[in-house]
Design a protein around this ligand. Structure first.
Ligand code: PMP
Length: 431
């Protein structure tokens, strides 16, 4: 049971972090090839961010976002972020976690259509296999059924489109004809656009195992939404702030979503902060009658210290050219990791920038998975941790998301641990 505390005996107790490294209480050193949880884009304990947090704490630690209050820390952050967001004149709705940002995005989308006198537009389309957070609305739009089946009927009117998973594509035989997009189109026709509020997707699906949709998918899905007056919500909670080698995938795809959700890389996790970022057009519908900030309250939304941490973090990303670094190192990973295909259980290696997945299969040709009873993922994850590599292994996909400060040498070290570990694996017997 995850307690959030170090109460479980098997908990790994981490005492210190610096750059891409972590140390446990026994002093053992690990490479954090997961950036905590796809969070710590600038690496651990960056002193510029630490100093910014201290300075803001000494100036003003809290002021209510209600009653017309604001503060310089949030205003500075908005000025820094605005030109980076692939939305014209973006408006920021700051909250505290990724789930909360998605929850607000869903609520804003639904209310937007009600405010513009189209109250029937309330359905939300998500993708099979997607993960958007752990509130009930987030589970409802997400597509991981093992997470949601404990909660009975979820948010009504949430529907799922096929997962654009090229490695396990059910449609494509010889070449990609974007059947996944054609199916999405049919789904919209079936449920009718006059009933659909929004489509939400992760441009690269994290929890599903770093599933990268076919090139052009994001743009095509976006265009489909535009043609049908459906809001496009781009969940960039993991991919945002340089993770994939561009500031946002939306920007790279050449689209201007109606809503973008961000969290992890916004502050690199130094203090929790997230945001639903919305277009001016949506904001205008709200501000006709009331201020967007007051539409739903959040006691801690836009917290001064969190904003100061986010500001300093984004400055580091920009000044140290970490997005460009992620792009360059990503290309290095792509080349270097190809040789892992020599192992007969490595089925697929996919990703972009510093977000990679290695899918393990029993049979490369048929792509058959190992039996669940083997607990392959858990055993891989703890085996690699013992070797000093922190990564996440779930659904037989090793997820690697090292900090954006990673060098080629760091990647070589990650590769060596993986290579040695794979070389000594006997999947017919024990790990
Ligand atoms: N969206 C995506 C794409 C995520 O990966 C996550 C968490 N990993 C969330 C939303 C939820 O974020 P949080 O755990 O901060 O609530």
């Amino acid at each position: 049971m995850y307690t959030g505390n170090a109460l479980d005996e098997e908990n790994k107790i981490i005492a210190k972090g610096e750059g891409i490294y972590l140390w446990d209480v026994q002093g053992k050193k690990y490479i954090d090839a997961l950036s905590g949880l796809g969070v710590v884009n600038i690496g651990h304990c960056n002193q510029q961010v630490v100093a910014a947090i201290k300075e803001q704490s000494e100036q003003l630690e809290y002021i209510s976002p209600f009653m017309g209050f604001s503060h310089p820390s949030v205003l500075k952050l908005v000025d820094l972020l605005s030109p980076l967001i692939p939305i014209k004149n973006p408006k920021f709705y700051f909250v505290n976690s990724g789930s909360e940002a998605v929850e607000r995005a869903i609520m804003i989308a639904k209310q937007y259509h009600i405010r513009r006198n189209m109250p029937n537009k309330q359905m939300i389309i998500g993708l099979e296999g997607s993960f958007h957070g752990s509130t009930l609305a987030c589970f409802s739009v997400g597509g991981l059924p093992n997470l949601s089946h404990f909660y009975g009927p979820l948010l009504p009117g949430t529907i799922k489109a096929d997962c654009p998973n090229c490695y396990r594509c059910e449609f494509q035989k010889e070449s990609c004809n974007y059947y996944c997009i054609q199916k999405l189109k049919k789904l919209i026709q079936y449920y009718r656009s006059e009933n659909i509020a929004a489509f939400i997707m992760e441009p690269i699906m994290n929890a599903k195992g770093i599933v990268v949709p076919p090139t052009g998918y994001v743009k095509k899905a976006y265009e489909l939404c535009r043609e049908n007056d459906i809001l496009f919500i781009c969940d960039e909670i993991v991919t945002g702030f340089g993770r994939t080698g561009s500031m946002f995938v939306a920007q790279e795809a050449g689209i201007q979503p109606d809503i973008i959700t961000v969290a992890k890389g916004l502050s690199s996790g130094y203090i929790p902060i997230s945001a639903a970022i919305i277009s001016e057009q949506i904001a205008d519908e709200f501000t006709k009658r009331s201020s967007i900030q007051n539409v739903y309250g959040s006691t801690f939304g836009g917290h001064p210290i969190a904003c100061a941490a986010a500001y300093a973090n984004v400055k580091v990303i920009l000044e140290d050219n970490l997005v460009e670094n992620a792009n360059e190192i990503g290309q290095y990973i792509e080349e270097k990791f190809k040789s892992l295909y020599q192992f007969n259980f490595v089925g697929d290696i996919r990703g972009r920038g510093l977000m990679w997945g290695i899918e393990l299969v029993k049979d490369k040709k048929s792509k058959e998975r190992y039996p669940l009873s083997m607990k392959l993922s858990q055993r891989m994850e703890s085996g690699l941790y013992e070797k000093g590599l922190l990564c996440r292994v779930a659904a037989d996909v090793i997820r690697l998301c090292p900090p954006l400060i990673s060098s080629k040498e760091d990647i070589d070290n990650i590769y060596t641990i993986l290579y040695d570990f794979f070389s000594n694996l006997d999947l017919n017997n024990n790990l």
